[in-house]
Write a protein that binds this ligand. Structure first.
Ligand SMILES: Nc1ncnc2c1ncn2[C@@H]1O[C@H](COP(=O)(O)OP(=O)(O)OP(=O)(O)O)[C@@H](O)[C@H]1O
Ligand code: SF4
Ligand SMILES: [Mg+2]
Length: 349
């Protein structure tokens, strides 16, 4: 059976472009990936690379006239991009749920936290209010809200930022979704709560075999949790593969940059991290050819006759046709990439 047929979520050539007064913003420009039940995909990339737009696209949350969406999103065998919005709404919350990067966007200011979680539960379960309230209190407890039986009646504004984020996580998890997309689920939280939340996601996955997508800047988070990794740059996927392969033998200069800027526990405090030089391109004027070109230290190396204006496609890394393929989109010959990684980059990390 093909990987796509086995996947619970299968995204194919997803493009999400926004028509704005300044021009067409190509936020997501041909992204494909699969997530199997019980597995976790980590999506990493700098700010503005299209991570949130991708996940909102999967959830069917870009229904504005200005968003031009194409491609396919298959959820458990059902295609969602062309599906009826009502059908996608039904699936959202029951079969798939999202932990939003901005908790305020997910919680309504006029209703208590408890009533919103209760409502989310009752929409998909035929239970009375009391049972749903008990479930809401249990979820608030599981995400680490102190005195959940009292705080359940608070309004979102009575919660601190970190508590609001936890309440939103409780709401996303209340129906044991089979697909959970967690967009920067731990950024606003302190280290102890971060660990609790990640444990909670892991528990959900273990108990219900959920497929999980975790979006993060923090490669440390995905190093522990992800089975597979997808590295995004300027709305495209530049590298994709099993997490252990991407960490041990990364195949794209941008991924090398991300790894170099990753804080490590064993790194001396005084040692400076090496940030990726320069800043990401405008998604209205994406550089032709490889979008990473203006920032890439290897852009001028010979590429066997390939010109700069040619866009690198994702290609299989040689030797990874073992059922766990590793792909990268870089014109450097594979042996040259391996040499640079082993001789120049890895020793410095
Ligand atoms: N509704 C919209 N209209 C126009 N442009 C948009 C819209 N939503 C997002 N964008 C643009 O799409 C690009 C990708 O945004 P996105 O929020 O996906 O980035 P991100 O990778 O999630 O970044 P961060 O790590 O900061 O959350 C950005 O340039 C953003 O300005
Ligand atoms: S294709 Fe060229 S510019 Fe792009 S990452 Fe590879 S070496 Fe750098
Ligand atoms: Mg984002």
């Amino acid at each position: 059976m093909s990987e796509q047929a086995e996947a619970f979520l299968s995204v194919r050539d997803l493009r999400i472009h926004f028509d704005t007064d300044d021009g067409l913003v190509k936020s997501v420009d041909g992204v494909s990936f699969d997530v199997r039940a019980g597995k976790t995909l980590g999506i990493v990339g700098e700010s503005g690379s299209g991570k949130s737009v991708t996940s909102l696209g999967v959830m069917g949350l870009h229904r504005t006239a200005r968003a031009k969406i194409s491609g396919e999103v298959w959820l458990d065998g059902e295609e969602l991009i062309a599906a009826d919005p009502d059908r996608v709404r039904t699936l959202r919350g029951r079969k798939m749920a999202m932990i939003f990067q901005d908790p305020l966007s997910a919680m309504h200011p006029y209703y208590t936290v408890g009533s919103q979680i209760t409502e989310a539960y009752r929409t998909h379960h035929k239970v009375d209010k009391k049972t749903a309230r008990t479930r809401a209190i249990e979820m608030l407890d599981r995400v680490g809200i102190p005195q959940p039986d009292r705080r359940v009646d608070d309004y979102p504004h009575q919660f601190s930022g970190g508590m609001r984020q936890r309440a939103m996580i409780a709401m996303a998890l209340v129906n044991n979704p089979e697909l959970l997309i967690a967009d920067e689920p731990t950024t606003a939280l302190d280290v102890t709560v971060q660990a609790q939340i990640l444990d909670l996601i892991r528990d959900l996955q273990k108990e219900f075999g959920s497929a999980v997508v975790i979006i993060t800047h923090d490669l440390g988070v995905v190093a522990e949790l992800a089975d597979d990794l997808l590295v995004m740059y300027a709305g495209r996927c530049v590298e994709r593969g099993p997490a252990e392969k991407v960490f041990s033998s990364p195949q794209h200069p941008y991924t090398w940059g991300l790894l170099g800027s990753m804080p490590r526990i064993d790194r001396a405090q005084t040692e400076r991290l090496i940030p990726v030089k320069g800043s990401p391109p405008s998604l209205i004027n994406v550089p032709p050819g490889c979008a990473f070109n203006p920032r890439c230290p290897y852009a001028d190396l010979p590429k066997g006759g390939i010109t700069r204006s040619e866009r690198p496609e994702l290609r299989l890394v040689p030797g990874t046709d073992d059922g766990r393929p590793h792909h990268s989109a870089c014109h450097l010959p594979p042996e040259e990439r391996m040499r640079i990684w082993t001789e120049e980059i890895a020793p410095k990390l």
